[in-house]
Each structure stands twice: as structure tokens, then as C-alpha cells.
Design a protein around this ligand. Structure first.
Ligand SMILES: CC/C=C\C/C=C\C/C=C\CC/C=C/CC(=O)SCCNC(=O)CCNC(=O)[C@H](O)C(C)(C)COP(=O)(O)OP(=O)(O)OC[C@H]1O[C@@H](n2cnc3c(N)ncnc32)[C@H](O)[C@@H]1OP(=O)(O)O
Length: 179
């Protein structure tokens, strides 16, 4: 969902002076899901968009979820009026549970490859964004959820001892790549 419907589809990328396009098209081609996992509200007066993750129960990062996230970030990126992005969760107690483990369990190498490319695309898009990005971490944020928040320029986390954040996959001996 993008609150300023119609605007982006009518404008060319070059009119905004920002780089765009190919990754969005790739992501759009991939996005066959009709359910909306990402809600975006853009405040014209402040130039700040709030992106709410709303993939029940725990905003796990499935291929559909990642695709929708990337499409929405790219749309905002193309809008020259949008200067800031706040990423937060609509789910109670959880910002994001990280990668959807069912996307990598028992899947073909091709499907795993597609999924992993979508993971890379997500963090590269956020990390390379020209918008000021803030993760408002209003719940637990393990593993891929932590990665997502680390790619933002700033992080603010709800002060609640029940919420945790970190790369918990290291407990299984899985470490993030060195690049
Ligand atoms: C700047 C950066 C530069 C470079 C970086 C480049 C690359 C980096 C590469 C890698 C780093 C990132 C790596 C990521 C790996 C992963 O993300 S693997 C996934 C790891 N996630 C977890 O271990 C989370 C496990 N879940 C939890 O801890 C809890 O569920 C959570 C605290 C999130 C919520 O707790 P609670 O509210 O009690 O809910 P439940 O535990 O009852 O869960 C509810 C249902 O949700 C299902 N679920 C939970 N997590 C996942 C998940 N990750 N995927 C799929 N499904 C999940 C859970 O099974 C329950 O389902 P059910 O109701 O039983 O059907």
C-alpha cells in the first residue's frame, strides 16, 4: 500500500533526479502476492514516510514480504518530496523475526537463490537509500530483523526487557558474511 496512489506510476524516474527502476521492475515481476504486508503513510508536510511492517504473526521476511518492502522503499526513493523514512512494526511485541525459515527449509537451490538475492536487495536498498532512514524497533528483532534495522541510519528501540535484538544465528555457528 502506498498512500499517495497514482503519483509514482505517472512520473518518470528521471524527473526526480534519483536513480531507480530496474530493481523495482524485477521486484514487481516477482511480487505475485495480493496480501499487503507493508503499509506506508507519507506526510507531505514533513517529507517523512512511515512504513509499517504488518506480516502476521511476526513479520518474518518471506520472499513476498521482502519484495513488497523493496518495491515500497524504491517508490519512496523515487519521490523527491520524501526525505525521511521511519520503519516500524504493526505487530505486537515483534519488529521482525528475521528471515522466514520456511523459505529456506526443503526448498530447491534455485528457490533458495532467489530468496537470498531478495535478502541482499532488501539490505542494499535500505543501506544505500538517499533518504534518512530510522528503525523504530518496537519489539524483538532477532537475526534478519536486526540486519534490517542495522541498515538504517538510526535505530531507536522500545525500552522493554522482554524485547531482544541481535544476530542470534551466531549461537548456531552461522555468521554474517564478511563483506
Ligand atoms: C549492514 C549490513 C551488511 C551486510 C549484511 C549482509 C548479509 C547479512 C547476512 C545475514 C545476517 C542476517 C541473518 C539472518 C538469519 C535469519 O534471520 S534466520 C531466522 C532467525 N530468527 C529467529 O531465530 C527468530 C525466532 N523467533 C523468535 O525468537 C520468536 O518467535 C519471536 C521473539 C520473534 C516472537 O516470539 P513470540 O511473540 O513469543 O511468538 P512465537 O515464538 O510464538 O512465534 C509466533 C509464530 O511465528 C513463527 N515464527 C517465529 N519466527 C519465525 C521465523 N523467523 N520464520 C518463520 N516463522 C517464524 C513461530 O513458529 C510461530 O508460529 P506458530 O504460531 O507456531 O505457527
Amino acid at each position: 500500500m502506498y498512500a499517495r496512489s497514482g503519483l509514482l506510476s505517472q512520473r518518470s524516474c528521471s524527473s526526480h533526479g534519483r536513480e531507480c527502476a530496474t530493481p523495482v521492475l524485477a521486484a514487481q515481476r516477482r511480487n505475485n502476492s495480493t496480501a499487503t504486508k507493508i503499509a506506508v503513510e507519507f506526510d507531505q508536510s514533513t517529507g517523512v514516510a512511515v512504513m509499517r511492517l504488518q506480516g502476521p504473526p511476526v513479520n518474518s521476511l518471506s520472499l513476498d514480504f521482502l519484495t513488497e518492502l523493496c518495491i515500497n522503499v524504491e517508490k519512496l526513493e523515487m519521490d523527491k518530496n520524501c526525505r525521511g523514512l521511519i520503519l516500524t512494526s504493526s505487530q505486537p511485541k515483534v519488529f521482525s523475526a528475521g528471515l522466514d525459515i520456511m523459505e529456506i527449509y526443503g526448498k530447491s537451490p534455485e528457490r533458495c537463490g532467489e530468496f537470498w538475492r531478495a535478502v541482499q536487495e532488501m539490505w542494499l536498498k535500505l543501506y544505500g537509500s538517499s533518504m534518512v532512514t530510522i528503525a523504530a524497533i518496537n519489539g524483538s528483532s532477532p537475526a534478519g530483523g536486526c540486519l534490517m534495522s542495522m541498515t538504517c541510519d538510526y535505530r531507536i528501540m522500545a525500552d522493554n526487557p522482554r524485547y531482544s535484538i541481535g544476530l542470534n544465528e551466531t549461537q548456531l555457528g552461522i555468521v554474517a558474511p564478511f563483506w
